[in-house]
Structure formats: C-alpha cells, structure tokens
Design a protein around this ligand. Structure first.
Ligand code: PEP
Ligand code: MG
Length: 539
C-alpha cells in the first residue's frame, strides 16, 4: 500500500529508486570492571591513535571525492578527538570508576553530546552529532568491531534515522539517488552532502524505519518535500514525467556554470547570491554566483538567548569572506524588528511593527549593538572583499550619522592596531522615501541595493506577510518598476552602481526589463543563479 510522507527538502529534484534501509550495525557495549585502570587508559590511548589515523584516511578520501570543504569535518573530528577536556574526562572516568575504556568513551561522549545539544548556538548544537561520532569510532575500535558502510549493487534511496559525517563519507556516492532521514536539520551533514552531490534529500521526515520498506520502490520529490513508498501507478507516472522535465532543465542549467552573465549583444550583469548563514556559502559556491549580494546578518542574532559578541560575529564574517576567496560579500547590518523578533532585544510591542522600530532605527538608537557589529565586520574585512549595506534608510541624515559611526569604529581599530580592508558602503533602497530621494542619497554612498520585498510592501501598502491580500498584490506594479528605474538612473548619474537583492531580482520575466533599466547586479537565492544566467544569456 502506498505510503506518502513529508520532510524538509534540502534540494529541489526528483529521485526514483529502491529503498535501502540503513541501520547502524549493532554493537552491544557492556560495562565491565577492570583491575588495572592505567593499563585500560593505555588501551584507550592506542585506540585514540588508531581513530586518528582512520580520520586522516577518511579526510584524504573525502578530499578526493567531495573536495576540501566537505572533507574539513574529518579535520574537525581529529581536533575534537584531541580536545583536552574530552580526553581528561575519559581518563578520569576509567581511573575513578574502573570501567572498561569503551564504556568510559561512550558515556563521556553521550555527556558531551548532551551538553552541545543544549547550547543555543546552531553551530555548537550541530557538534553534538560529531562528538557522538568520534566516541562511537573509538568505542568500536576498543570493542574490535569494524567500520560502518553500505553495501548495495544498485543506486538506492537511502532511508535512515540520521547519518553521521563518517557514515556519509563511507557511503559509495555513486550508489545514492536520494536521502530520507528522520533526523537531521537542513544544515546537517546529510543535507550538506546532498547539496554538494546535488541529489534530493528530505530531513526530519515523518517516516518509520520499517523492515518491510527495504527494497521497495520509492520516490523523493524535493520540489514538494514529499516522498512516496510503493507509489500507485498513476502517481508514479506523474512523478516520472516531472522528473524527466526537471532533470532536463537542470542538466541544461549546469552547462552554464563557468559562463559569463552576458547578453547576446554583449551587455553584462553581475549575478550574486543571498545568504542567511555560513552554511549557505556551500550553495553559493556550487551555484557559481559571482559574490554574495546580501548576507542577512540578523540571522546571527535570531534563535539565541543573548547578543552575539564581537568575537563570535568576527569569526562568522571571517569564515564567509575567506570561503568566498576574494569575491565580494555584501553584509547587511542587523535588520531586526517587524517579523524578526528577538526576546533579548526587549523591543516594545507595537501597533504597526513593519512601520515601527526596526533595522537601522534600532542601530542608530542603540549604538553599542551597532558598533559591535561594525567592528566585527571591519576586522573580518581583512580576510576578503567586504561591503556593508544598511537597511530601511529613509534620509541622508541617517546615512551621514552612520558614516560618522563607521569612521569612529575605523579610528578605534586603527588605534588598537587591528587590520581592516577597503569596505564599500551602500544602502538598501527599500522604502519609497529612499527611492524618491535616491539622487540625494547617491552622493553619500558607494552603491544601492534595491530591497524589492519591502519596497513593494511600502509602495503598495500591502503587508508582505498577509496572504489575504494576495489578490491585490502585483509584483510587477508600475509604481514599483518606476521607483526601480528612477533609483538606477540616479545611481548612475552619481557614478555609483545599483543592484536588486529582493525576490524580484530572480523573476526571469523581468530580467530583460532590468537589463534595459541598466541594473548592475541581481542578487538571488543560490538555487536561482543559473536560471537567471540563462535568462540573461538568451536576451
Ligand atoms: C527586501 O526587503 O527586499 C530585502 C531583500 O530584505 P528582507 O527581505 O530581508 O527584508
Ligand atoms: Mg527588507
């Protein structure tokens, strides 16, 4: 009987194949008493060495198969395996309780994993699986159990609880059509791997790992976030037809990697990508985008209990900049408020939050928060090509005040002997006010980026969150298009460049219009980069 379920989709695409039910090889760990704790600690040290060599070999394998970036996780594992706190906790446990090393490693691993899992920071949370993974590796070696892997002769859809990084690397990639996992987040290693392999994957799927599913025909639909096990004939036929269309379209797009964004008559435009986190950089690199046109930095502030420190932010921006290898990264300063609420900011409840205390208005009134972010970005600017843009601007006075604060931050850093690079300063044009006075604003900054999501909501007075108003909403409203045109003209008259980073930038029915208007850049979600390139090249 057909089973239909849902999961969080990691990548658009459709895969059809047999289910391979992946269960971790059971190895039963028992708690035993040892007489000689020091000899047991020596056994542990030896197993740890061996685990280190295994990780080295896995790193080499992963570099060849998936590239340096994907392989990094095994370096991280090797470093975690050398963590003093972790090692001491294990030795201590063997010494104090005289238990066998495998047991001590396993229980210590569980404790550390719990600690990581309870942290607020998403990156640290994700390390929980890693510490379990390394502990499992060492415990297996101590128990004399071999490595985990997958044996299948034909390509399969892998159905699993969750996969650790070691498991994902040990899998023969040519044998995997798609992943369905019960656990995992869209930033989990399974998800990252799926993206790098460009295969559909559903994480957090509502699926049971029933033995009877093994070897059954299944379909993963990454467009809809659904999967079907033992699909009925008409459902299968429909999915197969859609798969063929999607495969063909994707294959055509892949051909465009490495090519210029140039029209048949030689007009060029930059196509950049939008991101919300460090993890998204993988997608940007795969998409062949020319840079990052919008890094929504407020995501760093969301889902935490307290303000991110300068150091935490610095590490994040530095990582994004270094991984982009010199390509431009435009970081938008904090755009909190309205739909993005954070408890620790203690923002007052408002009647009209979208028109309320948000974005630059918060930064200019709570300057300590703003300065911390600017210091972090400037310090990171030494590691790549950084640009900064400011959201929700309505006046030149605001821009001048911001520039004053920026100058102060630069002076401070210089006095402290902290290096920073050349940083372009721009603004988002996302209020009708900014578009209307864009001639004036253009004199103050290095570039404009049109935030068409907000520009449309404020111009049409249509709340972007309110689905009831969909009937009134017109993404191509002449008023918005005129404001865009006017902004580009004013930018060029002042000798600065102008792009779009709102969703409208990916609307390929407007690509020609944008080129005609003279836009210099379109920043779109990574998955849209190649389709916009295609549209440009066909003009
Ligand atoms: C916009 O308003 O168009 C924009 C890009 O910013 P956000 O969607 O984050 O408000
Ligand atoms: Mg906006």
């Amino acid at each position: 009987m057909m089973v239909k379920g849902f999961g969080k989709s990691v990548l658009k695409g459709i895969a059809v194949g047999k289910i391979y039910l992946y269960r971790k090889k059971e190895f039963v760990l028992t708690q035993e008493k040892v007489e000689d704790a020091e000899a047991e600690i020596a056994r542990f040290e030896e197993a740890k060495q061996k685990a280190g060599s295994q990780l080295e070999a896995l790193y080499e394998k992963a570099v060849k198969e998936a590239g340096e970036e994907q392989a990094m996780i095994f370096e991280v594992h090797r470093m975690m395996l050398d963590d003093g706190d972790y090692l001491d906790a294990i030795r201590q446990e063997i010494r104090d309780t005289k238990v066998n090393a495998a047991w001590a490693v396993s229980t210590t691993g569980d404790r550390f994993a719990e600690m990581f899992a309870s942290m607020d920071d998403d990156y640290m949370k994700a390390r929980s699986t890693d510490v379990l993974d390394i502990s499992r590796r060492v415990a297996r070696i101590l128990s004399g159990v071999g490595e985990e892997g997958i044996a299948s002769d034909e390509p399969v859809i892998l159905l699993a609880d969750d996969l650790t990084p070691s498991e994902t690397v040990q899998i023969d990639k040519s044998k995997i059509l798609a992943f369905i996992t019960k656990g995992g987040s869209t930033n989990s290693h399974t998800a990252i791997l799926a993206r790098s392999m460009n295969i559909p994957a559903l994480v957090q799927a509502d699926v049971e790992l029933k033995d009877e599913y093994d070897d059954m025909l299944a379909v993963v639909d990454g467009f809809e976030g659904t999967f079907y096990i033992d699909p009925e004939a008409p459902v299968l036929a429909d999915l197969l037809r859609r798969k063929e269309e999607a495969d063909q379209a994707q294959a055509e797009l892949e051909q465009l990697k490495g090519l210029d964004n140039v029209t048949t008559d030689g007009r060029r435009i930059n196509i950049y990508a939008n991101i919300g986190s460090v993890e998204d950089v993988d997608k940007v690199l795969q998409s062949d985008a020319g840079g990052i046109g919008l890094f929504r930095s407020e995501f760093i502030y969301l889902g935490r209990e307290d303000y991110p420190t300068e150091e935490e932010q610095f590490e994040i921006y530095k990582e994004v900049l270094s991984r982009m290898g010199g390509k431009k990264v435009i970081i938008r300063t904090l755009d909190i408020g309205a739909d993005k609420q954070v408890d620790y900011f203690d923002l007052p409840k408002e009647e009209n939050p979208a028109m309320g205390y948000r974005a630059i208005r918060i930064c200019l009134t709570r300057q300590e928060i703003f300065k911390t972010q600017l210091r972090a970005i400037y310090r990171a600017s030494a590691y790549g090509t950084a640009a900064i843009m400011f959201p929700m601007i309505i006046s030149s006075k605001e821009v001048r005040e911001i520039k004053g604060i920026v100058e102060g931050v630069k002076r401070e850093l210089t006095a402290e002997g902290k290096p920073f690079g050349e940083v372009e300063l721009g603004i988002m044009v996302e209020t009708p006010a900014a578009a209307v006075i864009s001639d004036e604003l253009a004199k103050e900054v290095d570039f404009f980026s049109l935030g068409t999501n907000d520009l449309t909501q404020y111009t049409l007075a249509i709340d972007r969150q309110n689905q009831k108003l969909d009937g009134f909403y017109d993404a191509h409203h002449e008023a918005v298009l005129r404001l865009i045109r006017m902004t580009v003209e004013n930018a060029h008259a002042a000798g600065i460049w102008c792009g779009i980073c709102g969703e409208l930038g990916a609307d390929t029915t407007l690509t020609k219009t944008f080129l005609d208007m003279g836009l210099d850049e379109l920043s779109v979600s990574p998955s849209c980069v190649l389709s916009v390139r295609k549209a440009v090249r066909e003009i």
